[in-house]
Write a protein that binds this ligand. Sequence first.
Ligand code: ZN
Ligand code: FE
Length: 261
Amino acid sequence: MLQIEPIPAFDDNYIWLLHNGAGDHDRATVVDPGDAEPVIERLRADALSLGAILLTHHHYDHQGGVGDLLSLWPEAMVFAPEDTRIRLATQRVGEGDQVRPPGLATGFHVREVPGHTATHIAYLGEGVLFCGDTLFAAGCGRVFDGTFEQLAASLRRIAALPAETLCYCAHEYTIANLGFAEWVEPQSEALAARMIDAKALRARGEPTVPSVLALELATNPFLRTNEPAVISAAEGFAGHRLTDATAVFTALRRWKDERYD
Ligand code: ZN
Ligand code: FE
């Protein structure tokens, strides 16, 4: 049975630790180790070695720990997208590729989800998605070197996955994201309920991630660009009619960038 646990890093990153669970406590996999130190500590505490690293994109807070981890576990495989900004990769992967981390009973399919960056990928397993900085709980990543069109399309691909999919993003941004979502849909009871739940989790020091895709579809404005209330809120920011979902998405993303964050 695949175990997935967060390793908190920096102020608000989650490095995801994957292993087979009790009885098979051998080689683990980590997703987006921006910092080696907390990973090393956790692996040592749990008597695990490192079999593989999965990278979603090149940003430092996601790949910064790879070098130090490889110096301790030089045989670890490093899966990453084709991108010269990621130097330490052993396997370059893209759309449709399968990833089988050594020591894990489960494998993953690679999905290209550009937008936050031009080469961002996600890893889809059985009922779980490691989506890096593409989809956040109640939000989405900013557009850096990808495009708004790419990010809108990538989020549509994620939205089409089974509704029970658990989304493991790389940051604890949920409460701030819910605040913006409430700007967009102030009347939403689902949002108000989610805010209460998220605040209760954080008050207990617990992560709000993963989130189930069904909840994202009900409350994440960036996945709700076909909803009349979301469209009219986005039009209110843009100051004119928005005629397709990508235009609505772009207005929402600019609104949050310019006025909220
Ligand atoms: Zn990033
Ligand atoms: Fe990040």
